[in-house]
Design a protein around this ligand. Structure first.
Ligand code: AMP
Length: 297
């Protein structure tokens, strides 16, 4: 009965995004936001996060629709987390223009009794101390998945190692894996990262797909081909949310990565949350069918 519940903690924010052809200001973003929208399509999401008094009511409605439990979504006087970024034409280079933690600075959630019992936990990208504090309050921890970013590898590596050592699945992109391990080869990165604790390491390689190091096994999973990328923001978070929700439903890790990859492909086809939020389960399933054909090919 508990099987399909996922606890998600991460940032909820207002993003300002510049691409070569467009600019949008203060649109709904944040790692937990993308993860929740993705995971909410097929699992019951319990969201842990905080927003400020400037958080728009219509954005709150999106959380009401995508979750079953908002008892740990705090609303405090002050500014919502804000992040600004600019993409180069090749999409690979993203410059962070600003990160304003706002109400996240002093966020110290106390999980409700119900949220402590959720068996699958996705620690989406946020300060490792916050990831750890949420994890330490959870009683079940049947499956713990963690995502992070270059900023925390740079500034909080020890704390991050502590969280990673308590996880079952670590998700990183190939640049973060190299930054963390100081190794260039993916196989070496997988071995170093497994030695920290988690036996399942997912290395995301953008349009080249993802690699799964699980015990001694390596599997490769491709992508759903997208004709035109509009905004890649949040693709990694939607991927993580898709992995977590699929694991909560009892799927294999490979099938979970296929779900994550389908949701990531939808995310990059529109600005902000737009396309992934609007996508039907039929569309997700159609993309999963294609991605399945790329397994280990
Ligand atoms: P991604 O494109 O998957 O790397 O995720 C982008 C999302 O992460 C944006 O919507 C941001 O609001 C959020 N984000 C950016 N920097 C941080 C940070 N330092 N901590 C938490 N979330 C962040």
């Amino acid at each position: 009965m508990d099987k399909n519940r996922t606890l998600i903690v991460g940032s909820i924010g207002l993003d300002t995004i510049e691409t070569v052809s467009d600019r949008k200001e203060s649109i709904l973003g944040g790692s937990a936001t993308y993860a929740t929208i993705a995971a909410g399509k097929s699992s019951s999401v319990h969201l842990v996060g905080i927003v400020g008094s400037d958080f728009p009511g219509n954005a709150m409605k999106i959380f009401e629709q995508s979750t079953v439990d908002l008892s740990n979504l705090d609303k405090k006087k002050g500014e919502t987390f804000r992040w600004g970024a600019k993409y180069a034409s090749d999409w690979d280079n993203r410059e962070t223009l600003f990160t304003e933690l706002g109400v996240f600075k002093d966020f110290n959630p106390v999980l409700t009794e119900r949220n402590k019992e959720v068996p699958v936990i996705f620690l989406a990208n946020i300060h490792p101390q916050l990831q750890l504090s949420v994890l330490n309050q959870c009683n079940k921890k049947e499956c713990v998945i963690i995502d992070t970013m270059n900023l925390w590898i740079d500034t909080e590596k020890q704390k991050l190692k502590e969280v990673i050592s308590n996880c079952d699945v670590l998700i990183l992109n190939e640049f973060e894996a190299e930054q963390f391990t100081r190794r260039k080869d993916h196989d070496d990165q997988g071995t170093v990262l497994q030695s920290l604790g988690p036996q399942n390491i997912i290395i995301k390689c953008g349009s080249k797909g993802a690699k799964l190091y699980s015990g001694h096994r390596l599997d490769t999973i491709g992508v759903f081909p997208v004709d035109s990328v509009i905004d890649p923001t949040g693709a990694g978070d939607a991927f993580g949310g898709g992995v977590a929700s699929s694991l909560a439903n009892g799927d294999t890790l490979i099938e979970s990565i296929i779900n994550g990859a389908a949701l990531a492909s939808l995310t990059i086809e529109g600005f902000g949350i737009d396309t992934v939020y609007d996508a039907s389960l039929e569309e997700v399933n159609k993309r999963k069918e294609h991605i399945r054909t790329t397994l280990n090919s």
